[in-house]
Write a new protein. Structure first.
Length: 83
């Protein structure tokens, strides 16, 4: 089963750009599906994520806000996915 990493981001967010670069590199190594969600223009997403960007989720579970920790992502991806 392929795991899905979701990156919530916004235009002009330099931390978001760095997170995208990191996730692109990690995807090549770890083989997960990368889904990107631009929160711009969506009031619900803006309210939920704007102050935390970038936000990274694994299979719907929030893992990181602001910064990605590659070793932690590796551990989560290597752990058994929830049933």
């Amino acid at each position: 089963m392929t795991r899905t990493v979701t990156l919530f981001h916004a235009q002009g967010c330099h931390l978001c750009e760095r997170a995208r670069e990191q996730l692109t590199e990690l995807r090549a190594e770890l083989g997960f599906e990368l889904r990107e969600v631009d929160i711009g223009g969506d009031q619900d997403l803006e309210a939920a994520y704007r102050e935390l960007l970038p936000v990274v989720e694994l299979d719907g579970e929030r893992l990181f806000a602001y910064y990605i920790f590659p070793d932690a992502l590796r551990r989560h991806l290597n752990a058994q996915p929830p049933a």
